[in-house]
Design a protein around this ligand. Structure first.
Ligand SMILES: C[S@@+](CC[C@H](N)C(=O)[O-])C[C@H]1O[C@@H](n2cnc3c(N)ncnc32)[C@H](O)[C@@H]1O
Length: 235
């Protein structure tokens, strides 16, 4: 595989965009809605006015933030795959999000936003797909105002010994087959389990977040331990 992930991750997401939401639903048995709701609750607890959703994809997390109630924040969804953003914009229009949702093309390593300009940064299932986690966290810290919140949802290597063999059978065997048939992409859903296997532990991720200038770093495990929700405060 080429050295920089972006070179093949971007065309991969461009290609699978039309089937991305359906596959999320099938693979997680619909549980991904609950995980996003948890992330949204964590984000809205601090009543942000502006939220950046990095790696917004088809805008699931961004739109869930807008549905969260109250006056609610304005949300900027950032992604480098144009076909994902096209779907996100269409969904925002259907949800009559108006000015409150803005979808922008750009790289998570260089978000086109001013220093300290957002109250919260969220990301769902982005981090396994980028090179240089310290650089991504530095970019997140740069755009957040001091005291702003970071909320990260990501798959995490399964720790539970009893569940691990069943999970591997499902995730490493069944998911690639299902993904190939439904997305008609040869490797995207082989990359999914492979990227989780290669990903660092939730504890190591928490240490990287702290090293990037965040305090109050907390981890909660969801989805039988297959998903981690990290929260932190920009110091
Ligand atoms: C697994 S999808 C997650 C989408 C969405 N956040 C969700 O929860 O469903 C990862 C998204 O991150 C985007 N992405 C990956 N690397 C990126 C980068 N370096 N800069 C911007 N977007 C990136 C991909 O295009 C894709 O839409």
């Amino acid at each position: 595989m080429p050295e920089r992930k972006a070179a093949w991750v971007r065309p991969m997401f461009e290609a699978i965009a039309p089937r991305y939401d359906l596959l999320n639903f099938l693979i997680s048995f619909g549980m991904h809605h609950g995980w996003r709701r948890r992330a949204v609750r964590e984000t809205l607890r601090h009543e942000p006015r502006v939220v950046l959703d990095m790696g917004t994809g088809t805008g699931d997390l961004a739109l869930a933030l807008l549905r969260g109630g109250g006056g609610g924040p304005a949300v900027v969804g950032l992604d480098f795959a144009g076909s994902m953003l096209t779907i996100a914009r269409r969904r925002a229009q259907a949800a009559r999000a108006g000015e409150r949702a803005r979808f922008v093309m750009g790289d998570a390593l260089h978000p086109p936003l001013a220093d300290g300009s957002v109250d919260a940064v969220v990301s769902g299932f982005l981090l396994r797909n980028v090179d240089g986690l310290p650089e991504v966290f530095a970019a997140m810290a740069r755009v957040l105002r001091p005291g702003g919140r970071l909320v990260i949802l990501e798959m995490t290597p399964m720790r539970r010994r009893l569940l691990r063999p069943f999970f591997r059978l499902y995730f490493n065997r069944w998911v690639p087959m299902l993904g190939r048939v439904v997305s008609r992409h040869a490797s995207a859903y082989t990359w999914l389990p492979q990227s989780v296997d290669e990903f660092i532990s939730a504890e190591a991720l928490a240490s990287l977040i702290a090293a990037a200038g965040f305090s109050d770093v907390r981890v909660r495990r969801l989805g039988l331990g297959s998903v981690a929700l990290h929260t932190a405060t920009r110091a």
